[in-house]
Design a protein around this ligand. Structure first.
Ligand SMILES: O=C(O)CCC(=O)C(=O)O
Length: 278
């Protein structure tokens, strides 16, 4: 029988968070590490209980404009090589663009993540969206996880104002405290072809738990950081003339091992070797 990898891993190598699933242990700062604490205690508490936090990036208009201009340049020129590109997204454009790389390495965001997780964050992937993704709700833990678990998050930057019409991020506050699901939970092989079944599972989890959506109605320059297990996706675009320029940076944290649950079983773990952007 296929058994969920996280349950078996937990049995083999322990669990970092005995009291709260998906809440990495905090305050384990090493001697000499940054003591910057940009978030208030209220914001930190809210991140713990709701699974996300919103703050001002502090990026200037010129810096935000520069990212938008780079996205236009790369979308318009198919000869620029990125890890993946389609009509909606560019993956890892940080490799070919200094402004995009600067967002991914923002000292403020890194200080905030250090404050929230007590470990040094490692940005390892960027996604730049031209329009809303309209993607179904999921947890990032199906794509990226760590042992100890949950040392991963996403930081979503609005490069233009977002409202209900241009497909805002949708997320379910508190859902990060639910168990982390993967294909083993529904006894399916750990293969991408079953991703639709995973999405159906998430949809039923949302219904069964009566989870209520919130929307990322963000102003240009604001950032929303989500905890790895927060259920989220892209809501429908109701005005098809609108763009929704935005950038997500994905982070792991130091001193973990990293793997891809979607492609892993206990007998065959697809470990990751993320290359930190900084
Ligand atoms: O920006 C969006 O619409 C969704 C992004 C998302 O779900 C992700 O990056 O995991």
């Amino acid at each position: 029988m296929l058994q969920s990898i996280k349950h078996r891993l937990r049995r083999y190598i322990g669990h970092a968070q005995p009291f709260l699933v998906a809440q990495p242990e905090f305050g384990s700062r090493r001697a000499g590490e940054s003591v910057l604490e940009p978030l208030s205690q209220e914001q930190v508490r809210s991140f713990r209980t709701r699974g996300y936090v919103v703050f001002e990036s502090g990026l200037s208009t010129a810096e935000l404009d520069a990212v938008g201009a780079e996205m236009r340049r790369i979308f318009a020129d198919p000869t620029v090589t990125v890890s993946h590109r389609d009509e909606v997204r560019l993956q890892d454009a940080w490799q070919v663009s200094d402004p995009i790389r600067s967002v991914a390495t923002s000292p403020l965001v890194r200080a905030i993540l250090q404050q929230l997780y007590g470990r040094r964050p490692m940005p390892f992937q960027t996604l730049n969206f031209r329009v809303g993704t309209q993607q179904k709700a999921h947890s990032d833990t199906i794509h990226f996880n760590s042992t100890p678990q949950s040392f991963m998050c996403g930081a979503w930057l609005a490069l233009e104002d977002v409202d209900k019409e241009n497909g805002p991020l949708v997320y379910y506050p508190g859902s990060h405290l639910l168990p982390e699901f993967d294909l083993g939970d529904i006894r399916l092989p750990a293969k991408s072809e079953y991703y639709g079944e995973y999405e159906n599972l998430v949809e039923s989890v949302v219904k069964q738990n009566g989870l209520q959506p919130e929307y990322g109605i963000l102003k240009r320059g604001q950032i929303l950081v989500w905890s790895s297990n927060l259920l989220h996706g892209g809501s429908p675009i109701t005005d098809s003339t609108r763009t929704r320029f935005s950038q997500v940076t994905h982070y792991f944290f130091e001193d973990c091992r990293y793997y891809t649950p979607m492609h892993s079983t206990i007998d065959n773990i697809e470990w990751r070797n993320p290359v930190p952007i900084v």
